[in-house]
Design a protein around this ligand. Sequence first.
Ligand SMILES: Nc1ncnc2c1ncn2[C@@H]1O[C@H](COP(=O)(O)OP(=O)(O)OP(=O)(O)O)[C@@H](O)[C@H]1O
Ligand SMILES: [Mg+2]
Length: 509
Amino acid sequence: MLPADYSVEMVGITKEFGGVHALREVSFRVRPGEIHALVGENGAGKSTLMKILSGAYQKDEGVVRIEGKEVEISNPHSGRQLGIAIIYQEFALVPDLTVAENIYLDHLSSRGGIINKGRLYRQSEELIGGLGFDINPRKMVWQLSVAYQQVVEITKALSEEARILILDEPTAVLAPKEVKSLFEILRRLKEQGVSIVYISHRLEEVFEIADSVTVLKDGQVTGEGKTEQMKPDDVIRMMIGRKLTTMFPERELRIGEEILRVEGLNRGKEVRDVSFSVRAGEVLGIAGLVGSGRTETVRAIFAADKRDSGRIELCGKELQLKSPRESVRSGIGFVPEDRKGQGVILSMSVRENVTMPRLRSVMGWFGFIKKTKEQRITEELIKRLRIKARSTESAVTDLSGGNQQKVALAKWFGTDSSLIILDEPTRGVDVGAKVEIYNLINELAARGLGIIFISSETIEVIGICDRVVVMRQGAISDILDKEQLSEENIMRAAIGRSRSSAVDIRTSG
Ligand SMILES: Nc1ncnc2c1ncn2[C@@H]1O[C@H](COP(=O)(O)OP(=O)(O)OP(=O)(O)O)[C@@H](O)[C@H]1O
Ligand SMILES: [Mg+2]
């Protein structure tokens, strides 16, 4: 028998969620030994299609063939037996188990009985080492940075000797050096004939690593082809149905009084003697490698973590904040990096999430909340940020990953904060919505708010920030003015001139 042309063939796939078509007659094919990118706006249906392939969701209609044979993948277990492994967009590890236990979790649970722990750790160590990483398999997963957790996810998928590997936004939490090693791993797997489906919002990556690409829009395929025959602009047009003219909208600069002043901020080894200020109308970037202390710095300002020492002033008044709640009350808004853990409450509706921090302004005269007013505000934000949700009352947990991120952001627009801290606000967000987020940031700045913007995407930092603090190993290594902003200057400050080799990613930041 001849080998099949396609390792994966999905034909006419349709999937509805309570009347909403997530997928409509989608056809998707991947050849053996091919890296195939799957792209599209937030909510286009990428994760849903891949969850159907892995057995996590059931299709309503359509046919799936693996290596030419029609199959019914009725649960993740049968997906795994067919050689399909998936790395989810949202982490799926068990935090209270060790690295090794997580890697072999599925083997353990299906075999039961006694296991040889020594062998478990040895094998895990070999697997991780083989991928070029150094993680102690005895560590608990909760002790690892998000980047290392991702490495464990990948190791886990590979331990299953998958023939079809699906990665749903694998690089969102990785540092550039780690992205490079991931790509090396993927190229090696490809040589071994493994088919890889690669979901990403970073088109540069898609064009670097993928052989082919399929574009989804509103649950339908709007284009497919070989990456060498396509241009990023073509793909963007297929994704959003129009051309993107400006990525970074212009803003009239009107810098006012000082909003925030941080002096000698310290917290453990992660934040060392950090001093800077933000002024009204200013977008201040914080750049640096993952682990450089960016997140820890803003968490200490927001009182999400206790600081060891340091002085913080907001609008000229010294703050003695003891909790995030107090910070919000004094006028600081915060969109955390980990949206699932801290950014949104998944079980609540879009409206409840969005209106939470502004309860004061939607309270009626008699203290009760005006639901219609809330709904109106929420509807407007849904429209502006193009949040794909059926209604203001949809539960956030049912939204796609990128749309959850937009809800975490929407919370702070329209509040009466004077400072807003955004930690990687565009992670996992599609290109069209990114521009919309930049517009909103500009609007807030024009209204006279101070903005702190953390991002690992240097281009984005250069595109929207007025001034950039670059951190390295917990301390400020440089502060760059608008005219000094370039990728080279930021990178140089981030890694330190003398440093050429390993990048430290032990803690997230
Ligand atoms: N369990 C669910 N219940 C209800 N609706 C769902 C569910 N899962 C997905 N959806 C809806 O299906 C559509 C497609 O979502 P999906 O997660 O596949 O998008 P995506 O392309 O992966 O987006 P992103 O880039 O944001 O991750 C969205 O409108 C989403 O709200
Ligand atoms: Mg998704």
